[in-house]
Design a protein around this ligand. Structure first.
Ligand code: 9MR
Length: 354
């Protein structure tokens, strides 16, 4: 096959950089655009029947260089904040779809699907909800109305919902959230049933972090999934957030763990991947990070019902990490200047592209 990318030696540094940028989906001018483009992460993932996604957030959508890559490299989009309770029902019974709709419309324009996130969580709740006490009957009605209204609004427009987010503690006990404390553990089955009624075609997920490897928290999901299944509750998948950190080690049981959930008849997905490190980022750490991105992608590909991988935004420019873990960062496959990092090339390699 004739290659249309000139050799690096003939082009020198500028040409090599252009080839690199093109490889990451960044066109470097009219001439570059005319060349044969290497497949995107999404196209590579599609060869395996998987998707490759990114989270995004509304304030970033004014950044043209950012949205160009977002619109081209990925085929699944998760709104990082725009569909959360504080954004969608800021006053009781008053719904605001502005941010969620902006992202859904952008995704549609770019022929991307949407992993909707998230209906029931203990965090980012509006004040009207957290600043008073509710009887179980009152809170059940509030929850049902929120889920029903939001899921109906996005009915037919989203691929999946993270229905309940982060329900368990590290030791596998239920997290003492407003939902659990007021409604008991049955709130999870109720939420799934209400979501299913409102959009029977959306895939319904439970989603959490620190469940990538086997352990008490992951076991809690395993048991819950078995219970829900036995009760005939509509549950389609488990989302493994995969907010990893180099200093804590790679979750080497990831593949086996994904597989045991598959065997329950559930889909699995890596839903919020990032691999943070203590700064400064060195070549060595970036190389290790690349290995982790490669390995987690391969783990998903190795498990038949692992449907795809989503990074929690694709660039260090818009990562949540530095604000929450001071001194840590550099967690994503593209750097703050939107240049592809070793992790990006490792992802391509894991997906069978060169
Ligand atoms: O990316 C989100 C960030 O912008 C918010 O400030 C943060 C608030 O908690 O939530 C981030 O997303 C979280 C996601 O919704 C659930 N899993 C953990 C993510 C990182 O905190």
């Amino acid at each position: 096959m004739r290659t249309t990318t000139p050799s690096r030696t003939r082009l020198g540094l500028a040409g090599a950089l252009a080839a690199l940028l093109m490889g990451a989906g960044l066109a470097t001018g009219p001439a570059a655009q005319a060349k044969e483009k290497p497949p995107t992460l999404a196209e590579l993932a599609q060869r395996h029947g998987r998707y490759f996604g990114s989270a995004t957030d509304n304030p970033e959508l004014t950044d043209g260089a950012y949205t160009a890559l977002l619109g081209s490299q990925f085929d699944m989009i998760t709104p990082g904040n725009g569909m959360k309770w504080y954004a969608t029902e800021p006053e009781q019974g008053v719904f605001d779809w502005t941010n969620g709709d902006e992202i859904v419309n952008l995704a549609r324009k770019n022929h991307q699907r949407v992993r909707a996130h998230t209906l029931v969580w203990h965090s980012q709740l509006p004040n009207w909800l957290t600043s008073r006490d509710w009887t179980p009957d009152e809170l059940r009605a509030v929850l049902k109305k929120h889920i029903t209204t939001e899921v109906r609004h996005y009915r037919g427009k989203v691929y999946s919902w993270d229905v309940v987010n982060e329900a368990f503690n590290e030791d596998g006990t239920y997290r003492e959230t407003i939902w659990y404390k007021t409604l008991g553990p049955g709130y999870i089955a109720d939420a799934l049933r209400w979501a299913h009624q409102a959009d029977p075609h959306a895939k319904l997920y439970l989603n959490d972090y620190n469940i990538e490897g086997t352990g008490p928290k992951s076991d809690a999901y395993y048991r819950l999934a078995q219970d829900l299944e036995a009760q005939g509750v509509p549950l389609d998948g488990i989302g493994f957030q995969a907010h990893l950190a180099l200093q804590y080690g790679y979750p080497s049981t990831l593949e086996d763990n994904l597989r045991r959930f598959s065997r329950l008849g559930l889909d699995t997905a890596l839903t919020e991947v990032d691999v943070r490190m203590q700064l400064p980022a060195t070549d060595e750490k970036l190389a290790q990070q690349a290995t982790w991105y490669r390995d987690l992608t391969k783990a998903c590909l190795a498990v038949r019902r692992c449907v795809g991988v989503t990074v929690w935004d694709y660039t260090d420019k818009y990562s949540w990490i530095p604000a929450v873990f001071p001194g840590e960062g550099a967690a994503l496959p593209w750097d703050e200047q939107l240049r592809p990092k070793p992790a990006y090339f490792a992802l391509r390699e894991a997906l069978g592209g060169k």
